[in-house]
Design a protein around this ligand. Structure first.
Ligand SMILES: Cc1cc2nc3c(=O)[nH]c(=O)nc-3n(C[C@H](O)[C@H](O)[C@H](O)COP(=O)(O)OP(=O)(O)OC[C@H]3O[C@@H](n4cnc5c(N)ncnc54)[C@H](O)[C@@H]3O)c2cc1C
Length: 427
């Protein structure tokens, strides 16, 4: 197969990158599962935006403070400065955010934000954004979407990326020859027993990068979300109880129904406090109380959470729910510059799978949708400026990819071991 640009992954990063690329290029988006099974569809809380110039320093400082001041300051500046344009673009694509009675945008607040600066759509912001981007992509004749199609490897020639090896839904394997490859494969939650991520998100781009000597950054920076709904059985995916509910007043209690922590601490510090409390209590969870939030606000702002808890036997308007921390987000990734270029020519990485240092050691809530979109657009711009053409592919022995299970297991081990290796190095 030949295509000008191959995008691996159909989350918000991959879709938005495709929409920002010139329409005279042929673009192919492949995705491992169906088109709706990306973490982008799961985002609940919202997306940050710079409300006005007065909020710049505070937004910048909150992002750095959450990231333990290990953030790349230029990346943070780019993200914040580009936020308004990105939101305007989304609104142009038909994305609807919650509004006040006078029609102006409504802003909510989450943990570690000094001020309300988060736009939201009930508690399904990610679905609202990503479904609208997907709908627009489907209207574009120059973009081909291939669901249930997996990237198994990239093809390297003289140190440049020339394309990829992909497997189709029917099991057939073929090479893709392209001018640029953009990795947008999301996070690593599929490597963990308890995670809020889709299980097929196993950090494939990281494994591929490692095999080709493409640099990674901060591979041990994995965020655990402090509050996911606790169930006895280890389910497929942990259900997130969004930070916004704490921003709106929800409280955390120990087994004696006493508060034990400031609920608006950054995620990592809150997670530590919850783990300590669980150990003290000899319990597998702590309690979260959503009752301080007015019932009407609960039903309109968090209908999804209310319904999920109800289905699982809890009426949040009358009782507390059990919550436990779970793997949630990957701050590290394939190392990229401010235009989302990896250190291999013609290979870009965007979204959660990339690391431009914006989040430092710990992501500030609701910065990831924004970061994914801002740096996806920058990748598209850089590709447009480079304007390279499709090169010749070297001979590729496809037989080494036939045993898909063995390959997937090898990739999982590679990524898992790298995360552990870097963790030990950091101690
Ligand atoms: C429950 C939950 C709630 C969240 N809430 C928020 C929030 O409120 N605000 C916020 O800013 N962020 C939030 N996040 C984080 C945010 O959703 C993600 O960081 C962001 O959507 C990542 O987008 P992405 O495009 O990089 O990856 P994803 O949306 O995860 O997409 C990855 C894509 O890559 C594909 N893929 C993977 N491997 C391969 C392969 N080998 N070949 C082909 N395709 C492949 C997948 O099928 C998928 O389409 C939340 C995350 C979760 C899990």
């Amino acid at each position: 197969m030949k295509t000008d640009i191959l995008i691996v992954g159909s989350g918000c990063a991959g879709l938005y990158c495709a929409l920002c690329l010139p329409s005279d290029k042929s673009i192919t988006i492949i995705t491992k599962s169906d088109l709706e099974s990306s973490d982008s569809f799961l985002a609940q809380g919202g997306i940050c935006v710079l409300r006005d110039e007065e909020d710049y320093q505070s937004f910048f400082e909150d992002t750095l403070k959450a990231g333990h001041y290990e953030n790349d300051r230029q990346s943070v500046e780019i993200m914040i400065r580009s936020s308004r344009k990105t939101i305007d673009d989304l609104i142009g694509y038909g994305v609807e955010f919650a509004r006040c009675s006078d029609g102006s945008l409504d802003y909510t607040r989450e943990g570690a934000h000094a001020k309300p600066r988060i736009l939201y759509h009930a508690d399904i912001t990610g679905r609202e954004i990503t479904s609208k981007l997907l709908a627009r992509v489907k209207e574009c004749d120059h973009i081909t979407l291939l669901p249930h199609t997996t990237c198994l490897d990239i093809i390297e020639e003289q140190g440049e990326c020339r394309g990829a090896v992909i497997a189709h839904a029917d099991g057939s394997i073929e090479t893709v020859s392209c001018a640029y490859t953009v990795l947008a494969t999301g996070g690593v939650g599929g490597l963990y027993r308890h995670s809020t991520n889709f299980p097929h998100l196993t950090g494939d781009a990281l494994a591929i990068a490692l095999r080709h000597g493409v640099a990674l950054q901060d591979a041990d920076y994995v965020q655990i979300h402090p509050t996911t709904f606790y169930t006895k059985e280890a389910g497929e995916r942990s259900f997130l109880i969004s930070e916004s509910v704490r921003g709106e007043g929800a409280k955390l209690y120990n087994k004696h129904m006493e508060r034990f922590v400031d609920e608006l601490l950054p995620r990592d510090r809150l997670t530590e406090a919850i783990h300590r409390q669980m150990e003290k209590d000899g319990s597998d969870f702590v309690w979260e109380d959503l009752r301080p939030i007015p019932q009407e606000e609960l039903e309109t702002h968090f209908p999804n959470i209310v319904a999920y808890c109800r289905e699982h036997g809890y009426d949040v308007t009358r009782e507390c729910i059990p919550v436990v921390p779970a793997q949630h987000y990957f701050m590290g990734g394939v190392k990229v510059d401010h235009e989302s270029r990896t250190d291999m020519p013609r290979l870009f990485a965007i979204g959660e799978t990339a690391c431009n240092g914006v989040h430092g050691k710990n992501r500030l809530a609701s910065n990831s949708l924004l970061e994914s979109l801002v740096f996806a657009a920058r990748a598209a711009n850089a590709i447009k400026e480079e304007n390279g053409s499709i090169g010749a592919l070297p001979e590729v022995d496809l037989s080494v990819y036939r045993d898909r299970e063995a390959l997937a297991a090898a990739y999982r081990d590679l990524v898992w071991n790298e995360i552990q290796r870097r963790r030990i190095e950091h101690v």
